[in-house]
Design a protein around this ligand. Sequence first.
Ligand code: ATP
Length: 303
Amino acid sequence: MTPSMLEFDRLTKRYGERTALRELSFSVAAGELFGFVGSNGAGKTTTMRIALGVLASDSGEVRWKGGAVDLAVRARIGYMPEERGLYPKMKVGEQLVYLAQIHGMGGRAAQSAMEAWTERLGVAERRGDEVQKLSLGNQQRVQLAAALVHDPEVLILDEPFSGLDPVAVEVMSGVLREKAAEGCPVVFSSHQLDLVERLCDRVGIIRGGEMVACDTVEALRSQGNRRVLVVAPRAGATWAEGVPGVTTLEADGGRFLVELDDSADDQALLHAALATGPVHEFATQQQTLTDLFRNVVTQEVAA
Ligand SMILES: Nc1ncnc2c1ncn2[C@@H]1O[C@H](COP(=O)(O)OP(=O)(O)OP(=O)(O)O)[C@@H](O)[C@H]1O
């Protein structure tokens, strides 16, 4: 088994009366891409800031390779803060070289890392421009270059995909996969669940400062009740109602999405569908990460 590299161990954080994190724990292994998702205000940014030492937790700690995250470790982390952190009036190239150097890189290595990352991220032609003159999407590419330029061993990125065009999303995804393949633990937050589902090895869903689901994408998707898509053009809207344990979720013409609880018999459902006339499709469907997330958020509202 791959040892865990980055561990978030029972983090609790209060802002005055408000508890932002409650005993939040998860870990990210070497080479793992971990997606951190949750509604607005769930506690993602707070967690990431604690890992970087920008904020102190009230209790709990973040460990890297089993040890506390101190200043030397922080210098090895590539961080993309939510509020972004570039100097608007400084030129792209100079800024990246400067950031690499303050993280301990020599001048020549910093220059070549700057050149490589601006090239890879499609902003090489903007090296001589002030950051503030770039479009928001290009500023974000530079922000990612800033997180990568010192060749970090861990990546912690707060919403790196927000506001990017589809080409930039692909470039960013490719870079994150590549860093993970090199052995970096990579944690990023996002509200783009389709992207998280496609990209991540594991996903953590945080709600009200607590981790409510944390597993591989496959395991998360297989949670919950079975669903079956039935295409039966002559069936009326209520055809499935007589089958025990079955609920109709969607009915659109002859296309039905139904949910089966543990007691339901899918063969009884098939018989009921055939009794209405021809059945063109009868397919078990896994829930998407978005479905699962919606369930979690609904529970939040109900709680
Ligand atoms: N400086 C602060 N002072 C007081 N409360 C804060 C502060 N920063 C965050 N909070 C509160 O802590 C909770 C968690 O916020 P946080 O920014 O970590 O959430 P998030 O999951 O990153 O949200 P989003 O998806 O909107 O970025 C929220 O209730 C927020 O209002």
